[in-house]
Design a protein around this ligand. Structure first.
Ligand code: UDP
Ligand code: MG
Length: 313
């Protein structure tokens, strides 16, 4: 199969027939063999009935319906598990992404050898204040942290080589950082393509202001997990030692000055409190490190490595 098109959605009933028709037209024009995987993430409108009727008319259309709303990442995760096309495309259901981009995205993967190509909504049709500006900030930070030179990490329209989606695990709200996950899985050839973006035609955006808070927290955890999840002591131990040594140093200094000149009360010295808190914080960090080590030792994927090829087995 040439293409799997993964579309997570919630309450997008009005868009679905138009979107499907457009995708099918592009597929037929290019003679692709394909599947469209709709993941209904707990819609309360009649999205699922529409998916059923679309499926009845076209067997290339498949659907997964969640019992309740789990979020976009969960939808992508299930679609990735089910996908079997050589190239997997993800796109939003709201007609903001154009299916006309699919053939070129696929070409970049198949002919140019990219592992992942991310769309870049260079000209964006969203609210400037609530979306475009915060998103510039996020992208800049993510670029710095991950070292991946993309302008638009969170673009819904992306193309992947099949084995990429099979070897990453999108969880929580990590759909914003899939290129980062792919890079950690060892896929280096990550590119981007300017894509056409359109204003939302039907319905409303499904993410409110919480996207910024969650996005920022996810960025922190993804940075931390990526670097230290398998060796927490390297992080906590380092900072724990620094704090502890600083506290110890100040204590020694205070003791020596007390011995040299006993006319002051130790508790009147700011250094006393500094030393006290530093030592306590240092110990806390150390303990967190030990507990982290115990947890990661017990985790079932402590030794899960992605093997690319084997010889002679
Ligand atoms: N979506 C989803 N589950 C959610 C929230 C969103 O499957 O909990 C889908 C939504 O239906 C759409 C895509 O994710 O297909 C992008 O959502 P939206 O267009 O609301 O995001 P925006 O364009 O405002 O960033
Ligand atoms: Mg949208």
């Amino acid at each position: 199969m040439d293409l799997s098109i993964a579309i997570p959605l919630i309450d997008e009933a009005e868009s679905l027939p138009e979107l499907t028709e457009w995708i099918v037209r592009v597929m037929n024009e290019h003679h692709f063999t394909y599947e469209i995987i709709f993941v209904d993430d707990g819609s309360t409108d009649n999205s699922w009935e529409i998916i059923e009727s679309l499926r009845a008319a076209n067997p290339n259309i498949k659907g997964i319906k969640f019992q309740r709303n789990y979020g976009k990442s969960a939808g992508l995760f299930e679609a990735f598990r089910a996908a079997s096309g050589d190239v997997v495309i993800t796109m939003d259901a709201d007609l903001q992404d154009s299916p006309d981009e699919i053939p070129e995205l696929r070409r970049l993967i198949i002919e140019e050898g990219y592992d992942l190509v991310s769309g870049w909504k260079k000209k964006r049709y969203d609210n400037t204040l609530t979306k475009n500006i915060p998103s510039k900030f996020f992208n800049a930070v993510t670029r710095r942290v991950s070292g991946i030179k993309l302008h638009d990490f969170n673009c819904g329209l992306k193309a992947y080589r099949l084995k990429v989606v099979k070897s990453i695990e999108v969880y929580g709200e990590m759909h914003r950082y899939i290129p980062v996950l792919a890079k950690w899985a060892g896929y280096k050839k990550i590119g981007e393509k300017v894509v056409e973006h359109r204003a939302r035609k039907y319905g409303t955006s499904k993410f409110g202001w919480r996207r910024f808070v969650n996005g920022f927290l996810d960025l922190l955890s993804i940075t931390f997990v990526g670097k230290f999840s398998k060796r927490p002591m390297h992080f906590f131990g380092l900072w724990g030692s620094l704090f502890f040594l600083a506290g110890l140093g100040i204590s020694i200094y205070l003791i020596i000055s007390k011995i040299m000149d006993s006319h002051f009360a130790l508790t009147n010295r700011p250094g006393f409190y500094l030393a006290l808190t530093s030592i306590i914080i240092g110990m806390q960090l150390f303990l967190a490190g030990f507990i982290g080590e115990l947890i990661s030792r017990n985790s079932s994927n402590r030794n899960s490595y992605l093997v690319e090829t084997k010889l002679g087995f």
